[in-house]
Ligand binder design. Structure first.
Ligand code: PRX
Length: 639
C-alpha cells in the first residue's frame, strides 16, 4: 500500500491508505465488481442474496427469498431445506478439499493437532452418532462450555449435524452465569472439558459445571460429556457424565446430516443488553449460512492457499462465524489457539503466525494494544511475510493502534480491515474489502446488500460528520431470527427508532465520503476488551452482596481494555467502607460473573445522583468521573 499522509500526524483523520496494485489485480472482488455488486444489491436486493444462496448446497431450494409479511419477523429462504454442516463439512468430502487441512489447533503448552476435512468429517460423525445414542434430537439445546479445543468445534458441528441447537458459553464465565444460561436455554446436555491451560495454569471446568448444575433446573440437563484435556481430578456422576473418548470409540464414522428447515434454529448465543438478564440470540440455518459465507468471502478474499486465523474464543459470535462456520464453509484452513496471548511471553501470537504460515490474521484492538506495549522487538524476531490481510473487530481501533498494526505486522502492505458487526447481525455488516481505500479508525462503508444510516432519535438522517444512532434499514440474511422466549425484547430492536429500522445500540457518524466511524454504545452496555456486559448485570451482581444497598456502574476509558467498569456503592446501614471490603467486592463480582467483568475501581458514596422519580443518573456520575460538563441537571433530585 502506498500512503497519502504521514505516519507521524496521528491526529488527522483524513489519511487514506490505498491497496497495492498487485493486490487489486489478484483480489476475488475487484473495484468494478464491487461497484456492480453494490448497484445490483440496491436495485434488486433479493436477486443479489439469491445469487449468494446459489453458491451453497441446499436439500431443497426456497419458495421465496424473503418472506417479509410479518415484520420484524423476517423469514429468509422460506420453504428451503438445508443444514449449515452440509456446507461446512459434508460437501468438501466430494471435492479436492477432502484431504486439505481444515483445522490447525495449538495448545498453550505447545502441543498441536491438525485435521483434514476428511478427518474432521469422520470425527464429527462419530460424535454426532454418540450424541444421538444419548438421546439428543432435533431442536434440543446443548450448552457447550469449552475453551478453544478441536473438540469444541467438533461438538458444535456434531450437535448441528443432528439438528440440535448449541449454546456456547464462554469458559471465562462463572458457575452462576453458566447456571442462568443453562436454565434459560432449558438445555438437555452440557459438553465440557475436565480443564484447560491458560497462562501457565490449569483452569478447572468440569467442577464449575457441577457447581452450576446444582439448582440449575431439575428436569433439564440429563447428561454431560467431558473431554479429557488437562490432568484434573473430576467426579463423574454415574449415568449422567460420560468421557468424550469413551463415547466415540465404538461409533461409526458415517452419520446422516439432518434435513432442516431454513428457519430452524441453528444456535443460540447469550449476549448482554440493558437489563440484568442476558438475551438468547437465535440464528437459523438458511439465512445465517448465506450471509456469513458471502461476507466472509468478500472481506477476507479467501484463496485456496490461505491459513485463516481469527483469534476469537468460540464463546463469542466471532468464534462462531469467523473461526468455525465461515472458514469451513469457505473451505479454508482455520487456526485455533487454546491459551493466553502473552504465554510464555509476548511473542506467542507472532510465533504461531510464523510457524503455521498464517495468511489472514483477524483479531481485536484490545490484543493489539496489549502487544504494542512490548514494542517491535518480538514481531521483528519472526518471519511474518506469510501475512497478506489483517482484520479487527469488537471495538473501535484508534489510529495509533491501527498504524502500529499496519506498519509493524502488516509491513505497510497488508490491508487492515476493521469489520463492524454484532452477535445479532451474525455476519459482517460494515467493513472494507481488501481493495477499499482505508481510513484508520473507520469501518468504511456497508457491504453490498446492507443498508445502514446514522439518524437522530426521530429517525431523521444526521448531517455528515455529526454523531447519531446507527441503524440498519433493510433486513439481511444472517440476522437473528429472534430472542429465545422473548418476542417483546426482540421487537424492541425495531421500535426504538421510528421507521421500522433496526437500532444497533451504537452511536456513529458518517463522513463526507459516506465512511462510518463507530463511537461506542448508546445504551447502558459496556464494551470491556471487546466483550459486551450490561451495567445492570454488574449492578445486580453488586446488589447480591450482603454489604451493598445500591450500586451504580459506569464505563471508564482504559488504555488496554478500551473500557472498564467503575462502581459507585451505597452500603447498608452499619457497614463501613474499607480496603478489605473493596477487595472483597471485586472478588465477589468475579465469582458472580467471571473474569470478563473487569471492575477497575469501587467508590463508596453516601448518596447517588437521582432523577425526581428516583432513577440513578449514571450520566452525571460519568461526567463527574471524566471531568466533563454534567449537562442538564433540572431533573436532579434536590437533596
Ligand atoms: O458496539 C459495537 C462493538 O461491539 C458491539 C457488538 O458486540 P458483540 O455482539 O459482542 O459482537 C462483537 C463482535 C462482532 C457493537 O454493537 N463493535 C463491534 N465491531 C466493532 C465495534 N465497535 C467499533 N468498531 C468495530 N469494528
Amino acid at each position: 500500500m502506498d500512503q497519502s499522509g504521514t505516519l507521524d500526524s496521528l491526529l488527522q483523520e483524513e489519511r487514506v491508505f490505498r491497496p497495492l496494485p498487485q493486490l487489486v489485480i489478484e483480489a476475488n472482488v475487484n473495484p468494478q465488481e464491487l461497484e456492480a455488486a453494490r448497484r445490483q444489491a440496491e436495485t434488486d436486493p433479493l436477486g443479489y442474496w439469491e445469487e449468494a444462496a446459489d453458491e451453497l448446497d441446499w436439500f431443497k431450494k426456497w419458495d421465496q427469498v424473503l418472506d417479509d409479511s410479518n415484520p420484524p419477523f423476517y423469514r429468509w429462504f422460506a420453504g428451503a431445506r438445508c443444514n449449515v454442516v452440509y456446507n461446512a463439512l459434508d460437501r468438501h468430502i466430494e471435492t479436492g478439499n477432502k484431504n486439505k487441512l481444515a483445522l490447525i489447533w495449538e495448545g498453550e503448552p505447545g502441543d498441536s493437532r491438525k485435521y483434514t476435512y476428511y478427518e474432521l468429517y469422520r470425527e464429527v460423525n462419530r460424535f454426532s452418532n454418540a450424541l444421538r445414542s444419548l438421546g439428543l434430537g432435533k431442536g434440543d439445546r446443548v450448552v457447550v462450555y469449552m475453551p478453544p479445543l478441536p473438540e469444541t468445534l467438533i461438538a458444535m458441528l456434531a450437535i448441528v449435524k443432528l439438528g440440535a441447537v448449541h449454546s456456547v458459553v464462554y469458559a471465562g464465565f462463572s458457575a452462576k452465569a453458566l447456571r442462568s444460561r443453562i436454565r434459560d436455554a432449558e438445555a438437555k446436555m452440557v459438553v465440557t472439558a475436565d480443564g484447560f491451560y491458560r497462562n501457565g495454569r490449569v483452569i478447572k471446568l468440569k467442577n464449575t459445571v457441577d457447581e452450576a448444575l446444582v439448582g440449575a433446573c431439575s428436569d433439564c440437563v440429563d447428561s454431560m460429556v467431558v473431554v479429557h484435556r488437562a490432568k484434573v481430578e473430576v467426579d463423574m456422576v454415574e449415568g449422567r457424565d460420560f468421557w468424550y473418548e469413551d463415547l466415540i470409540r465404538q461409533e461409526r464414522s458415517e452419520s446422516p446430516t439432518e434435513v432442516m428447515d431454513a428457519q430452524d434454529p441453528l444456535f443460540m448465543l447469550y449476549t448482554s443488553g440493558t437489563t440484568g438478564q442476558p438475551k438468547g440470540v437465535i440464528h437459523a440455518h438458511g439465512g445465517y449460512m448465506v450471509g456469513v459465507h458471502r461476507t466472509l468471502g468478500q472481506v477476507f478474499d479467501i484463496k485456496p492457499t490461505d491459513i485463516f486465523w481469527c483469534t476469537a474464543d468460540p464463546g463469542w459470535i466471532t468464534g462462531h462465524s469467523s473461526v468455525v462456520y465461515g472458514p469451513l464453509m469457505a473451505g479454508t484452513t482455520t487456526v485455533m489457539y487454546e491459551g493466553h496471548p502473552l504465554y510464555p511471553q509476548a511473542d506467542r501470537m507472532w510465533n504461531i503466525v510464523a510457524k503455521h504460515g498464517v495468511t489472514v490474521f483477524y483479531t481485536t484492538p484490545t490484543l493489539i494494544r496489549m502487544l504494542m506495549r512490548f514494542g517491535t522487538q518480538y514481531p521483528k524476531r519472526f518471519d511474518l511475510t506469510s501475512l497478506r490481510l489483517l482484520g479487527t473487530v469488537g471495538e473501535s481501533i484508534s489510529p495509533e493502534a491501527w498504524l502500529w498494526f499496519y506498519k509493524n505486522i502488516g509491513r505497510s502492505e497488508c490491508p487492515l480491515l476493521d469489520t463492524w458487526w454484532q452477535t445479532e447481525t451474525g455476519m459482517f455488516m460494515i467493513s472494507p474489502l481488501p481493495i477499499s481505500l482505508l481510513k484508520p479508525g473507520s469501518v468504511t462503508r456497508p457491504l453490498p446488500g446492507i443498508e445502514a444510516a446514522v439518524v437522530d432519535k426521530d429517525g431523521k438522517p444526521a448531517p455528515p460528520g455529526k454523531g447519531g444512532l446507527l441503524v440498519l434499514t433493510r433486513p439481511w440474511p444472517a440476522m437473528m431470527t429472534g430472542l429465545f422466549k422473548d418476542e417483546d425484547r426482540y421487537k424492541e430492536y425495531w421500535q426504538q427508532v421510528p421507521g421500522g429500522v433496526y437500532f444497533a445500540g451504537d452511536v456513529a457518524k458518517k463522513d463526507e465520503d459516506g465512511y462510518y466511524w463507530i463511537q461506542g454504545r448508546a445504551d447502558d452496555v459496556l464494551n470491556i476488551a471487546g466483550h459486551r456486559i450490561g451495567t445492570a448485570e454488574l449492578e445486580n451482581a453488586f446488589g447480591a452482596h450482603r454489604a451493598v444497598s445500591e450500586a451504580a456502574v459506569i464505563g471508564v476509558p482504559d488504555r488496554i481494555k478500551g473500557e472498564v467498569a467503575k462502581a459507585f456503592i451505597l452500603l447498608n446501614p452499619g457497614i463501613e467502607p474499607s480496603d478489605d471490603l473493596n477487595k472483597e467486592l471485586k472478588r465477589h463480582i468475579k465469582n458472580e460473573l467471571g473474569p470478563v467483568a473487569v471492575v477497575k475501581s469501587i467508590e463508596f458514596r453516601d448518596s447517588l445522583p437521582r432523577t425526581r422519580s428516583g432513577k440513578i443518573m449514571r450520566r452525571v456520575l460519568k461526567a463527574q468521573e471524566l471531568g466533563q460538563d454534567v449537562g442538564d441537571l433540572t431533573t436532579l433530585e434536590a437533596d
